[in-house]
Design a protein around this ligand. Structure first.
Ligand code: FZR
Length: 275
């Protein structure tokens, strides 16, 4: 097995967890047999703007460590002109893989994961960051809680055609809010924090009904039209947890101004622990 040296510390690579474009994530062991995740980014094919976006993401990740336990721990990092190494805490599994493998979700587990996701996203919003591309692969399960692993700031380095995009959920439209599609200015920064609420609502919809609201529409253009079409009613099959049904309906409101906020979701009766 190969080893990686970060800031003079040696790590033994156990396996590659995932890869996307020019970045790879490894599961590694340090000398004391502690488990870590190392994200490696090859900067050789990255343009200056992309390098800057990665540095920006790392600075924010480093800064937000202190504000919430629902942000992945970043222990160290090394940036050179040709690569980036980020030494982070290692999750047991990402939420996308976990959702795919689980047929049914335990209601209490779902409620706890929802609280974790809200807290993570509230933390980045409080520091002026809107993710705008939230999906299950952005969260990992560490012991019993969910942690956010990226803020959607770093550009996806255009992969060389040979690289197999195993990064499971790159480019999925299933979590995209209507305003991001309709936003004629198409300035990403223009999307408010309410866009992340829509995406979180799609994740919770999937944890409730086993699929995202528009997953059955396979044609991407038809899907985009359905997301923005007010006459296309999203189905909410009846469930025992009426509070959860209310959460889903309030997150999946097409008008961002009428959509529930993160702060209101954290006060919602669904999160009150009795039941
Ligand atoms: C499948 N699986 C995932 C883990 N754990 C894990 N995956 C991480 N990224 C994964 C890369 C592939 C796509 C899904 C996220 C990171 C991480 C970053 N970035 C920081 N810590 C992590 N821990 C164990 N199995």
């Amino acid at each position: 097995n190969e080893s990686i040296v970060i800031k003079g510390k040696q790590f033994l690579v156990l396996k590659m967890i995932g890869r996307g474009g020019s970045s790879k994530v490894y599961q590694v062991l340090d000398q004391r047999n502690q488990l870590f995740a190392v994200k490696y980014v090859n900067l050789e094919e990255a343009d200056p703007q992309t390098v800057e976006s990665y540095k920006n993401e790392i600075e924010h990740l480093n800064h937000l460590q202190q504000y919430s336990d629902q942000i992945i721990k970043l222990y160290d990092y090394e940036i050179t002109n040709s690569y980036i190494y980020m030494l982070m805490e290692c999750g047991n599994l990402d939420l996308n893989t976990w959702l795919r493998n689980r047929k049914t979700v335990n209601p209490l587990e779902r409620k706890f994961y929802w609280k974790n996701m809200l807290e993570a996203v509230q933390t980045i919003h409080k520091h002026g960051i809107v993710h705008s591309d939230l999906k299950p692969a952005n969260f990992v399960i560490v012991n019993a809680s969910l942690k956010l692993i990226d803020f959607g700031i770093a550009n996806r380095i255009q992969p060389d055609v040979t690289s197999i995009m195993k990064d499971s959920q790159v480019g999925t439209l299933n979590y995209m809010p209507p305003e991001a599609i309709k936003d004629t200015s198409s300035q990403p920064g223009k999307i408010s924090t309410k866009g992340d609420v829509w995406s979180l609502g799609c994740i919770m919809y999937c944890m409730t009904y086993g699929k995202t609201p528009f997953q059955t529409i396979t044609n991407q253009i038809t899907k985009l039209h359905a997301i923005i079409d007010p006459t296309h009613e999203i189905e909410f099959p009846d469930i025992a947890e009426k509070d959860l049904l209310d959460v889903l309906k309030r997150c999946l409101v097409r008008n961002p101004r009428e959509r529930i906020s993160i702060a209101e979701l954290l006060e919602h009766s669904y999160l009150k622990l009795q039941s």
